[in-house]
Design a protein around this ligand. Structure first.
Ligand SMILES: C[S@@+](CC[C@H](N)C(=O)[O-])C[C@H]1O[C@@H](n2cnc3c(N)ncnc32)[C@H](O)[C@@H]1O
Length: 269
């Protein structure tokens, strides 16, 4: 058996999500199944007006708007929003009218909308650089929610494995549909002990036949938060805890749960 070659991770640098935009939808297809049902149930519980912070290319927001929810999506990445806008343009006229996309920072954006539920899905809350940023985000969500409305955060449940460095090389994409090029992804994962964050560098390589024609690098880090961290942040942001789920089927959160989904209620405005 050949020995695996030692792999040195490249120096870690946060890039923002622009480099991921061309391939994001291939890697993460539209939300469906249990995840979508979860958000539909929450939307029915709180009301039809939703705000999604870190909407990306609309993976969650688009199917929710198809289900009849009025969704405003905010994201800081121009390239991710351009993909979302292209998908928006291909929706039916009635669905299109229910989905609004805005460029902004989830910590600071101010929108004219008042909504029934504000959500930060799919680990995006962990991208925020520190506790202060997360608190600002929760407070900002609460500002946009009607009294008694909901604020929800869905992140993965951190485990001791998240402190283990990792490397994978995956030829996960068939073709980039816009160019017809084959795309591969190489991922390096390191753990920043001082910041208690998991740092990922993803290198996307684009091939024309055997020829490497483009290479883009995405660097992002995720805070490794416990249940108690997130619950404490909700409470400190003035939100009342409504539920803490461990997965999309609403099992109570446990140490080995895949997800940590915290739902809060805005008590006052
Ligand atoms: C993992 S993607 C998730 C996108 C989408 N919610 C989904 O489920 O596919 C994370 C998104 O968060 C956005 N983001 C990161 N920091 C942000 C911030 N401070 N304000 C707004 N968007 C932010 C990125 O631009 C990126 O589109």
């Amino acid at each position: 058996m050949p020995r695996p070659r030692p792999v040195t991770p490249p120096p870690f640098r946060e890039t923002g999500y622009d480099p991921a935009a061309p391939v994001y939808d291939l890697e993460y297809p539209e939300c469906d199944g249990a995840e979508l049902n979860f958000w539909i149930t929450e939307g029915r519980r709180f009301g039809p007006r939703l705000l999604e912070f870190a909407v990306g290319t609309g993976r969650i927001a688009i199917p929710l708007s198809r289900q009849g929810f009025r969704v405003t999506g905010v994201d800081s990445s121009a390239a991710m929003l351009r993909r979302a806008a292209a998908r928006h343009a291909s929706l039916s006229r009635t669905t299109r009218a229910r989905l609004h996309l805005r460029r902004g920072d989830m910590r600071t954006c101010r929108l004219p909308e008042t909504v029934d539920l504000a959500l930060v899905g799919f680990n995006s809350y962990l991208l925020l650089p520190d506790r202060e940023s997360r608190m600002k985000t929760l407070q900002n969500a609460a500002i946009h929610v009607r009294p008694g409305g909901g604020v929800a955060v869905d992140v993965f449940s951190a485990t001791s494995l998240d402190a283990t460095p990792d490397h994978e090389e995956v030829e996960f994409l068939e073709r980039d549909p816009s160019t017809g090029r084959r795309v591969t992804r190489e991922r390096f994962y390191t753990y920043d002990e001082a910041a208690h964050r998991g740092c990922s560098t993803l290198i996307y390589r684009y091939y024309d036949g055997p020829l490497l024609v483009d290479e883009r690098r995405l660097g992002y880090s995720l805070a490794l938060l416990t249940r108690d961290d997130v619950v404490a942040e909700f409470v400190a942001a003035g939100l009342q805890i409504d539920a803490v789920h461990g997965d999309y089927t609403r099992q109570p959160w446990r140490d080995d749960s895949p997800n940590l989904i915290v739902i809060g209620r805005a008590v006052t405005r």
